[in-house]
Design a protein around this ligand. Structure first.
Ligand SMILES: NC(=O)c1ccc[n+]([C@@H]2O[C@H](COP(=O)([O-])OP(=O)(O)OC[C@H]3O[C@@H](n4cnc5c(N)ncnc54)[C@H](OP(=O)(O)O)[C@@H]3O)[C@@H](O)[C@H]2O)c1
Length: 480
């Protein structure tokens, strides 16, 4: 009870309605909680079958809801799994208290939720709540279709998916016509799988402010949980006065995802492992992205979609203030995806490219041939005579922050050193470069510029670069 009362305080600035999960509060004092809530309350006493912790009998459990009705709570939540006579008696004798009739499926999302909706609609509840578990990102769309139907039927409905693949519907449910979405009090205090902190829902995704015309943007990848895109792009949309939202989308099958989500989308970021697979869903590929063979940005293009690579254009933008690349010796450490994108960009800008191999000479040779660059072993970097060094390997990334891919003794004043690693923000290579009088560019610049290029492609507006940089730096700051 002490914790619950403190939690009520935290809710005040976050919630419009507070759900009192009595099954999670030991020895609860319902009159006191209702008195101190300060906001309309939903009283819920969840049984185990529906994901709750209540251990008493069904009669005892429902008696608590009866007490909530007698105390004049605003809403009660009662499950479809409640024994028929108990369910009927409470729904028929609830006075002016509004009843949410809820159904939870913790294992899957059935393709067709209409039969369940029809059955639930026959009971005298005020609000229907259908919550399922997303095993696939496309499951969320079944809930969006259900919300569209409820809207047409003028029924109030709560509907979204649980689990990491359900995050998109937790964020968009209200915009799609849902009556509310649930947020956790803070990370670690979730009362259901995939619940997002209320603070994030309200201040990052701005769920209260989304409009019917808000478009969905997002990053598709596997995994996507570590991506910072949702912080930077939502902030940029807000700063530009745009009502759009950017969400993480955990996608396994890109083609299936794209064909189903197309009508909802304003644009996409694409990350590993989908940068090549997405290309066949798009009508047009920008020539640079085509040469790289990878797309990280999807943009509406007439009636279809176009693909771009802003890892490439973003890197060039980060290098731009430091002079022309023409005829410069650019040493790229690594020969993976990032090396390919940046290597293509610097080659197109007229630089002489030198790539390094570490374990995988054959693959690196293939890329060097494609980009008409020179290939050397990582152990021979002293032979490169580089004007510009770009680290496109993971060397120096946390936790191995003492490692560097390029010896400090080879750094000379005036050299440009660009590290694509951004965790930590200041890598050993970055600090060595600063000490040696080089122009040092951090991985944050690559991240921010590739995101800024995406924003500009999607919106046609100038990206708020300084704000975007601030968001990334705050997130990566060791004090966080
Ligand atoms: N700032 C940003 O926005 C941003 C964006 C994308 C990527 N990145 C950074 O770029 C890094 C590379 O990403 P990626 O997608 O290109 O990865 P990737 O495709 O796996 O390629 C990694 C490359 O690094 C080389 N490498 C690995 N360990 C090495 C070592 N000890 N010494 C020298 N070379 C080594 C690999 O060579 P072998 O296979 O021959 O070992 C490979 O060519 C990431 O770790 C990330 O930190 C940053």
């Amino acid at each position: 009870m002490d914790r619950a009362r403190k939690d009520l305080d935290t809710c005040q600035s976050l919630a419009d309605i507070i759900e009192l999960r009595l099954d999670l509060i030991e020895d609860f004092d319902l009159p006191l909680l209702l008195k101190e809530a300060g906001k309309p309350c939903i009283v819920t006493n969840r049984c185990k079958m529906d994901g709750g912790q209540y251990t008493g009998t069904e009669e005892e459990r429902v008696a608590v809801l009866r007490q909530a009705i007698d105390l004049g709570a605003n809403y009660i939540d009662i499950e479809t799994s409640t024994p028929g006579p108990l369910l009927k008696s409470i729904l028929e004798n609830k006075g002016s208290v509004k009843a949410i009739l809820s159904h939870h499926d913790f294992t899957r999302t059935p393709d067709d939720l209409n039969p369940l909706y029809d059955l639930m609609s026959q009971l005298p509840a005020d609000i229907l709540k259908i919550i399922t578990y997303a095993t696939d990102i496309n499951d969320n769309l079944a809930l969006f279709r259900l919300l569209a139907r409820a809207k047409k039927d003028e029924k109030q409905m709560i509907a979204f998916c649980m689990g990491e693949k359900g995050e998109v519907s937790r964020i968009l449910t209200v915009q799609q016509g849902g009556w509310l979405t649930f947020g956790s009090l803070e990370t670690g205090k979730e009362s259901a799988p995939g619940q997002i902190p209320a603070k994030t829902l309200k201040h990052v995704y701005r769920v209260n402010d989304l409009k019917p015309e808000s478009k969905m943007y997002g990053v598709i990848g596997d995994p996507v949980s570590k991506s910072m895109g949702y912080l930077i792009h939502n902030k940029a949309f807000q700063d530009a006065g745009l009502p759009h939202v950017y969400v993480p989308l955990l996608v396994q099958n890109v083609t299936r995802f794209f064909s189903a989500y197309e009508p909802y989308l304003g644009g996409l970021s694409v990350t590993m492992p989908h940068k090549e697979a997405i290309m066949k869903s798009l009508g047009r590929i920008d020539p640079a992205a085509d040469r790289i063979g990878a797309v990280n940005t999807v943009v509406p293009d007439g009636n279809g979609w176009a693909g771009y690579n802003t890892d490439c254009s973003g890197a060039l933008k980060a290098l731009e203030p430091h002079g022309s690349l023409k005829s410069k010796n650019v040493l790229i450490i690594g020969a993976g995806g990032t090396a390919k994108a940046i290597g293509q960009g610097v080659t197109d800008a007229g630089a002489h490219l030198i790539l390094t191999y570490n374990r995988n000479k054959e693959k690196a040779q293939e890329l060097a041939d494609q980009l008409q660059g020179r290939l050397i072993s990582i152990r021979d970097v002293d032979q490169a005579d580089a004007d510009i060094v770009i680290n496109c390997s993971p060397v120096g990334m946390a936790p191995n922050t003492n490692d560097t891919p390029f010896p400090a003794r080879l750094l000379k004043p005036g050299m440009i050193v660009f590290d694509s690693v951004y965790n930590p923000m200041e890598t050993r290579l970055f600090k060595d470069a600063q000490s040696a009088g080089c122009i040092a560019i951090s991985g944050v610049e690559l991240f921010v510029h590739q995101a800024a290029e995406q924003f500009e492609l999607w919106t046609g507006k100038t990206a708020p670069l300084a704000l975007m940089r601030q968001v990334v730096e705050e997130k990566l700051s060791p004090l966080e």
